[in-house]
Design a protein around this ligand. Structure first.
Ligand SMILES: O=C(O)C1=C[C@@H](OP(=O)(O)O)[C@@H](O)[C@H](O)C1
Ligand SMILES: C=C(OP(=O)(O)O)C(=O)O
Length: 453
């Protein structure tokens, strides 16, 4: 998979019902963090169930370039031999993060807090994404920016201090990437660094830091207790440990919605992480009338996981509160698809952060809906999709703008529209869900075309 390759179009056509079971790949957020905390630890970290998507492989390559020993034992099974906090070396080459916002931003936190110099770059999508949100707190922690592209974008070069300065920082956006970058830089700060967030975002960094031996105190913050104050005691000794990566709820979202909208479907999705800061889509779909059963809830790798049995359902439009956005931030493209099959309007409030993802997802979703004859309107930062409870026309070709979630969402759409739906390029699906095509086909989905490995 490469951003330089020719576009690889794919077409999804309506067909038979979807049946069977699947286990989605490992969680992308946890996979990135396993590589990074492995790098910063002493000793060995053994990872099971790693997502071997392009985004995570870039983080693995960057960790190697900064000094970690990396060994792949088999599918999803890796050993990281860490160098410990303060033990990083200058990478010989630019750290190329490809399409990955999470990998690049979290690693900026790592480099920004340690006495190393590194250059960060990525593909045409990553080069458009705002990095000022990471650089601002890092500057306060003592990081030097030696070079940057216009507006605080990659390519950029950072040099970290001998020791970082502990700070208290309120994140300007609900972003786990900003929170995590500050916490990772703070690992090399003497004293306590506190990150305050007005809305709680995914907490994988906090949980994993504890697992590796750091002291992290989390307290509710602000009105209604929706926010969090996360206080990390700097300069811990992190010790390599075992990490079992649960299945990614953001990947599970695609077969899940496909099973809801393709008539007669009955699909079981196994081992899905149920961290409440990630399950906003399931909450919303249940409110819409979706038949989703949570079966066999259990603990795996420090997270609750469950099997989800999903049956084709009649959906109704709902109002999705803005406060829920952090718990389903990557799921709005696929929720918009579900909403197209629901009866009545679905209003998704407070989607401003969608404008700075791999693409401007608000614009890309709206355009894809338009191409397929689906009624919708954007009002400020809100998206309203109105269905009439019957299958939309489809038949459109959707521009994916180097965005995996746009590609997968509109392929799912085409499994249940009256006419097939084409996406202009499926190459980016490999960043987060490399087995998407075979997985969907095994359930019975008619998706034509191939993407090069
Ligand atoms: O921390 C993470 O692993 C992620 C945080 C989210 O980004 P923001 O922090 O920009 O909201 C999300 O969109 C991304 O896919 C993964
Ligand atoms: C926004 C996403 O990822 P990232 O920010 O890591 O590129 C995503 O996977 O939907």
């Amino acid at each position: 998979m490469s951003h330089d390759s020719d576009p690889q179009p794919l077409t999804a056509a309506p067909g038979q019902r979807l049946t069977g079971s699947l286990r989605p790949p490992g969680d992308k957020s946890i996979s990135h963090r396993a590589m990074i905390l492995g790098l910063l630890s002493q000793g060995e970290t053994r990872v099971e169930g790693l997502l071997e998507g392009d985004d995570v492989l870039r983080t693995a390559a960057a960790s190697r370039a900064l000094g970690a020993g990396m060994e792949r034992l088999g599918e999803g099974r890796w050993i990281v031999r860490g160098v410990g906090i303060g033990g990083l070396s200058d990478p010989a080459e630019t750290l190329d993060f490809g399409n990955a916002g999470t990998g690049s931003r979290l690693m900026m936190g790592v480099v920004g807090g340690q006495p190393v110099t590194a250059t960060f770059d990525g593909d045409a999508s990553l080069r458009k994404r705002p990095m000022r949100r990471i650089l601002d707190p890092l500057l306060r922690m003592g990081t030097e920016i030696l070079d940057e592209a216009d507006g605080g974008r990659v390519p950029l070069t950072l040099r970290g201090p001998r020791e970082a300065i502990p700070i208290t920082y309120e994140t300007p956006a609900a972003s786990a990437q900003i929170k995590s970058a500050v916490l990772l830089a703070a690992l090399n700060a003497p004293g306590i660094t506190t990150v305050i967030e007005r809305e709680a975002t995914r907490d994988h960094t906090e949980r994993m830091l504890r697992l590796f031996g750091a002291e992290v105190a989390v307290t509710p913050h602000g009105p209604g207790g929706h926010g969090r104050a996360v206080a990390l005691t700097g300069q811990p000794t992190l010790r390599g440990t075992d990490v079992v990566v649960p299945a990614d709820p953001s990947s599970a979202a695609f077969p899940l919605v496909a099973a809801l909208i393709v008539p007669g479907s009955d699909v079981t999705i196994r081992g899905v992480m149920m961290n409440p800061l990630r399950t906003g889509l399931i909450t919303t779909l249940l409110e819409m009338g979706a038949e989703i059963e949570r079966l066999d809830e259990r603990e795996e790798g420090g997270e609750t996981v469950a099997d989800l049995r999903v049956r084709a359902s009649r959906l109704k439009g709902v109002d999705v509160p803005a406060e829920r956005a952090p718990a389903m931030i990557d799921e709005y493209p696929i929720l918009a698809v579900a909403a197209a099959f629901a009866e009545g309007p679905t209003r998704m409030n407070g989607l401003h952060e969608l404008r700075v993802k791999e693409s401007d997802r608000l614009a890309a979703v709206a355009d894809g809906l338009k191409q397929n004859g689906i009624d919708h309107v954007i009002e400020g930062d809100d998206l309203i999709v109105t269905g009439d409870g019957i299958a939309p026309r489809g038949g459109g070709t959707v521009a994916t703008h180097l965005d995996h979630r746009i590609a997968m969402a509109f392929l799912v759409l085409g499994l249940a529209t009256r006419d097939p739906v084409t996406v202009d390029d499926g190459a980016m699906i490999a960043t987060s869900f490399p087995s998407f095509l075979p997985t969907m086909r095994a359930l019975g989905a008619d998706i034509r075309g191939e993407v090069a490995a």
